[in-house]
Design a binder for this molecule. Structure first.
Ligand SMILES: Nc1ncnc2c1ncn2[C@@H]1O[C@H](COP(=O)(O)OP(=O)(O)OP(=O)(O)O)[C@@H](O)[C@H]1O
Ligand SMILES: O=C(O)c1ccc[n+]([C@@H]2O[C@H](COP(=O)([O-])O)[C@@H](O)[C@H]2O)c1
Length: 213
């Protein structure tokens, strides 16, 4: 019999360039209402599907995550991917975490937008088979089209998209916030006030460092 796992930990992967209140709201919701014991925000050095050009250094991005999490003891940052080969494939990181923390049960947290693209991730079937995935709603990505989806209508690539009815998928109703790091970076460049979109101490950090200007 395999040993009982200690904690159920939700892994929330992202570049967090920078972390914003949308990310924090989801992480907090999952840990308070989603049935997870902890959430780890895994800062990704290089997302395989994104260009690295506008990325701040890893240590600045994790510093902002750490500052944002000061008052959230159940949410932690993880720099496990900092020492792994790039670009960072999530399936590889999951294997490393399972080996490093055999007593913990890891799950994934992702928005519906990511679920729609999951079939483009490396070894996505392995991820789907081995890990529970906690999926939250995003703007303009309603739940309905994913259910039993096989038509390719919501997936131009064909019938490869992952159905929300897959047995390892848990749909969690969480607040929807329409904002992104891209929007925030652009707004800062244009000298707009975006303070409500960032935890206050994160805003102070990036303002002092003159980031994204
Ligand atoms: N407002 C939001 N609400 C919920 N989830 C979000 C929000 N913004 C981003 N996410 C999700 O959080 C994860 C990490 O986000 P990421 O660091 O890529 O932020 P982002 O805001 O999408 O960044 P960028 O605009 O630079 O692409 C991704 O799965 C992303 O889909
Ligand atoms: O493993 C993959 O093939 C893979 C492909 C695309 C994205 N990911 C992970 O998903 C995280 C969120 O992606 P994104 O594009 O929504 O910012 C990102 O930080 C990566 O760790 C992983």
């Amino acid at each position: 019999m395999s040993p009982k796992k200690n904690k159920k930990i939700g892994l929330y992967f992202g570049t967090f360039n920078p972390i914003h209140v949308g990310h924090l709201t989801i992480a907090n919701h999952m840990v308070e209402f989603g049935g997870l014991d902890e959430v780890w925000m895994v800062v990704t050095p290089h997302n395989p599907h994104k260009k690295k050009s506008t990325l701040l250094d890893n240590h600045h991005r994790i510093a902002m995550v750490d500052i944002a999490l000061e008052e959230y003891p159940k949410i932690k940052s993880s720099k496990v991917e900092f020492d792994l080969p790039q670009p960072n494939y999530t399936v590889n990181t999951l294997a490393v975490l399972d080996e490093k923390y055999p007593r913990q049960q890891f799950c994934l947290i992702m928005g519906e937008d990511n679920l729609k693209n999951l079939h483009k991730w490396k070894n996505y079937e392995v991820i789907l088979d081995r890990y529970e995935i906690f999926v939250y709603p995003r703007v303009n990505t309603p739940l309905a089209p994913l259910k039993g989806e096989t038509t390719g209508k919501s997936h131009p690539e064909g019938a490869k998209g992952v159905s929300a009815e897959h047995p390892t998928i848990r749909l969690v109703k969480a607040p929807i916030m329409e904002l992104s790091s891209t929007f925030i970076r652009k707004a800062i460049k244009e000298d707009k006030n975006i303070r409500p979109m960032l935890p206050q101490n994160v805003w102070e950090y990036l303002d002092e460092m003159n980031f994204y200007r």
